[in-house]
Design a protein around this ligand. Sequence first.
Ligand SMILES: Nc1ncnc2c1ncn2[C@@H]1O[C@H](COP(=O)(O)OP(=O)(O)OP(=O)(O)O)[C@@H](O)[C@H]1O
Length: 269
Amino acid sequence: MPEAALSLENITCTFASNESAGKSYTAVQDASLSIAPGEFVSVVGPTGCGKSTLLNVGAGLLAPSSGQVRVFGQVLQGVNQRAGYMFQGEALMPWRSALSNVTAGLEFAGVPAAEAQERGRDWLKRVGLGGFENRYPHQMSGGMRKRTMLAQTLIRDPDIILMDEPFSALDVQTRQLMENEVLEIWMAKRKAVLFITHDLDEAIAMSDRVVVLSAGPATHPIGEFGIDIPRPRDVAEVRTNPRFVELHKAIWDVLREEVLKGYAQQKRA
Ligand SMILES: Nc1ncnc2c1ncn2[C@@H]1O[C@H](COP(=O)(O)OP(=O)(O)OP(=O)(O)O)[C@@H](O)[C@H]1O
């Protein structure tokens, strides 16, 4: 079997409880998940189940209580340098222009300013923001800010792309445009992607494989579905494909109960 780009092996994450001293909460328990080079994998699960926790472990931003992460076969220690991470919220620096936000990672890595700027302009064009280099985050729409974040994530050409509900704050049309753009970029580069979403339609439309997580506590994968719908795909059109409808039903059968459990837990909390 070829070496996985990213492999989470028997990950458990236990946090000290913020509410009651001395108590702990095991968000994730014995979760294993691996992504092949070039594979697009989505993880879906009920709200609060531990999706971001798993992604943070894969990014090397959170050390698991037990288990290990391998990146192209090497045990991960510290931050995952082969990965680019696109966060759920707004992560642009308000005092920097679009261009300067996009080039920040290159600057920090010591790339000469002229080269960084050239690559930055090129990436801004690729995400449809040519001509908006000098806009500051507050002068951009939500979609433009997300495009800037996408360029910021991809400019370092990471081998692994980690995305945490990157488009959840966008309106449906902008969201579909951006999903198609991400697919187009991914088709050209074929990097390993771990994509977190609570939106099953988005997961199926984008992915090679969809992994379903159980409701927390002690979240772990409970189902895995290969998405055998031909590419290239248009995320809006693919939804009417009979295979899409079939897969949606099969995955929802597994996910539905977990969503209900997650919802009941949130109401109790
Ligand atoms: N640093 C922390 N300390 C304590 N508890 C935490 C910490 N990080 C996460 N948790 C808890 O772990 C659980 C999983 O959180 P996580 O953010 O991974 O869920 P999620 O599935 O990404 O949520 P959402 O769908 O709302 O984005 C939650 O109950 C959360 O409160």
